[in-house]
Design a protein around this ligand. Structure first.
Ligand code: GLA
Length: 382
């Protein structure tokens, strides 16, 4: 592996999740795909002995000495510095660098701009240090950067999808053991569909705290289930019947969170079958059921997103729609017949504008490669 003498660029996409939401911190299944937004990490060797962080996406720059081990600075640089720290913990100490981040991933929209920054940074720093790591390790170290350095209690879905995704495929990931399967999106009638992403442009300020709260409620419910049924490893194994039997032992919130998580794991399994059968009707119904479950049981939707889902599902060519990502605003994903995509997007935008006086963004997306495939030539070059 070479150490880049000049500026070298590494890229990472964004992601949307098609099904299996919030399941990634209780051993469940997720079904994300990478979408064509890009974070670009340019790395070069500076004239001094420091680490430099800059970006045209965010204000402010940061310079650290190589021995610096300071805590988070509560600014955008925490994401790339968190990645550096995790590499250092693994004994990987990159030579001095200037890292510059750019790109077009929308922020705060639930398409995982932070994981995109982390993964692009990880590829750049690894190459600069002349090291390689398996893709699972890259995803995990980026998650640790976010959990430990940024103090955001996210699961593994975003970093894993952004690293491991394949063009034309969704990624079925079992978050218990990180086994995964690339599921084709071009079988049967599914080949005639695309994913329309719609950004509600709403980010409720409760988002950060509520994520941790939902996570705690889910984990409390999981703990009760594991105590009641010792054969269970996590919610990934649990059934709705077991949940009913343990209902009285947990809070009503934990019960509802677990009902969403267990039923969403089931929907991901059914979605896999629908994908191999090339059946967009079945897939779309699962998306709608997933949304209802997030809205009513997990309670992570909001009025604007519910409106988008309801409106979309009545439009011609739409098989299904749902909230994607952490929730409380952000984006919806819509499974739409490709020939209807433009007309669908325009109709959805205009209904939303009329109702909320907000102009939403819509993007017609196909699944793209994750960072591992996209940086392969630079990453593995000897
Ligand atoms: C955020 C987190 C993920 C996952 C989703 C919800 O995107 O970063 O780990 O929990 O929310 O599915």
């Amino acid at each position: 592996m070479r150490t880049p003498p000049h500026e070298v660029h590494f890229v990472a996409p964004a992601r949307v999740n098609l099904l299996g939401e919030h399941t990634d911190y209780t051993g469940g299944l997720v079904l994300p795909m990478a979408i064509p937004f890009t974070t670009r990490a340019a790395i070069s060797t500076p004239t001094d002995d420091c680490y430099h962080f800059a970006s045209d996406l965010f204000p402010g720059t940061l310079t650290l000495t190589r021995g610096d081990r300071s805590l988070a600075h509560k600014q955008w640089t925490d994401y790339p510095v968190g990645v550096l720290r995790e590499l250092q913990k693994l004994g990987i100490d990159p030579p001095p660098f200037s890292l510059h981040l750019s790109g077009n991933v929308p922020f705060g929209a639930g398409v995982s701009s932070s994981a995109s920054v982390e993964v692009a940074t990880a590829f750049a720093l690894l190459a600069h240090a002349g090291k390689t790591l398996p893709l699972e390790e890259i995803a995990l170290l980026c998650q640790r950067a976010e959990n430990i350095f940024v103090h955001s209690p996210c699961g593994i879905m975003d970093q894993f999808a952004i690293t491991a995704a394949h063009v034309g495929h969704a990624l079925l990931l079992n978050t218990r053991d990180l086994t995964y399967e690339h599921l084709p999106m071009n079988t049967g009638k599914l080949a005639e569909t695309c994913i329309v992403v719609c950004n509600s442009m709403v980010r409720h300020s409760v988002a950060t705290g509520e994520y941790g709260k939902r996570r705690a409620e889910s984990e409390q419910g999981q703990a009760v289930l594991l105590q009641t049924f010792p054969e269970l490893r996590d919610l990934g194994d649990a059934t709705l019947v077991q949940l009913e039997n343990a209902r009285d032992l947990m809070s009503p919130e934990s019960y509802r969170r677990c009902r969403h998580l267990i039923s969403d794991n089931g929907r991901v399994r059914e979605a896999r079958t629908a994908m191999f059968a090339g059946d967009p009707v079945a897939f779309g119904l699962l998306m709608l059921a997933g949304h209802a479950s997030e809205r009513d049981d997990f309670e992570c939707s909001c009025e604007e997103v519910d409106f988008l889902v309801e409106t979309a599902s009545a439009l011609p060519g739409c098989f299904g729609a749902r909230l994607t990502g952490g929730g409380f605003g952000g984006c919806t994903v819509n499974l739409v017949e490709r020939t209807h995509a433009e007309e669908f997007s325009a109709a959805l935008r205009s209904a939303y504008k009329e109702n909320f006086n907000i102009n939403p963004d819509t993007f017609v997306c196909e699944a793209v490669d994750g960072a591992f495939a996209r940086n392969a030539n630079l990453y593995s070059e000897a």
